[in-house]
Design a protein around this ligand. Structure first.
Ligand SMILES: C[S@@+](CC[C@H](N)C(=O)[O-])C[C@H]1O[C@@H](n2cnc3c(N)ncnc32)[C@H](O)[C@@H]1O
Length: 195
């Protein structure tokens, strides 16, 4: 890993509670998933100050793809932009400010992604880490656009089990997905689209 990225990740780890960042272990795991699936078109819901986006964008340096990440707070988005610039990863990322469900109504994600898609499925990988009350609505948006063999990873399914049990139940029972709940960090639900 590049020294300036290593330094930035270490600096951001000091404030991870304040910005609700994923753990380094999860960052590395997401990075590995993206590289092993050669995923290119990535959507992140919940940018905060860009800690997870750094891990995602590092993987995109290898796969040659692009990340679109959405965040409500202008302050956090400004921090994320600066952090990605400091890591020289900003060209891999489009930061969008606003409420996710509002943005997803009008944003044409295809404009940011590789254009080798022959049908309406164009998302390779989605990382859900925003409002715990909206995970199912996020899924309803992503599902028809996710390619076969694409992946949805959702954070906090153990730490926020009381709010996310319905999302977990939905994914566990969904016949289009193979899903596993991992006791990593705050709890990750990893769902592979198999149909
Ligand atoms: C858990 S933090 C994201 C952490 C980030 N993924 C990381 O690991 O570095 C969740 C973020 O989602 C944002 N958020 C929550 N609900 C949102 C919504 N409905 N629309 C946009 N952003 C939202 C919050 O402002 C917060 O910064």
């Amino acid at each position: 890993m590049d020294d300036k990225i290593k330094q930035k990740l270490a600096e951001l780890q000091k404030t991870h509670n304040e910005f609700w960042n994923i753990s380094p272990e999860i960052g590395k795991f997401l990075n590995m998933l993206i590289k092993s699936g050669n995923y290119k078109n990535i959507l992140e819901l919940g940018t905060s100050n860009g800690y997870s986006a750094i891990w995602l964008a590092m993987a995109l340096q290898e796969t040659g793809g692009h990340l679109v990440t959405i965040e409500y707070s202008q302050d956090r988005q400004d921090m994320a932009r600066k952090n990605l610039e400091d890591c020289a990863l900003i060209d891999k990322v489009t930061l969008v400010q606003g409420k996710i469900l509002e943005i997803l109504k009008w944003l044409d994600l295809k404009l940011f992604y590789t254009s080798d898609n022959t049908d309406d499925t164009y998302i390779d990988f989605a990382f859900i880490d925003a409002s715990k009350l909206e995970y199912i609505e996020y899924f309803n948006f992503i599902h028809p656009k996710l390619k076969k063999n694409g992946m949805i990873v959702a954070d906090n399914v153990i730490s926020h089990e009381n709010k996310l049990w319905s999302y977990v139940d939905l994914m566990m029972a969904h016949e289009d997905y193979q899903t596993v709940k991992l006791n990593l960090g705050a709890g990750l639900l990893v769902s592979l689209k198999i149909k």
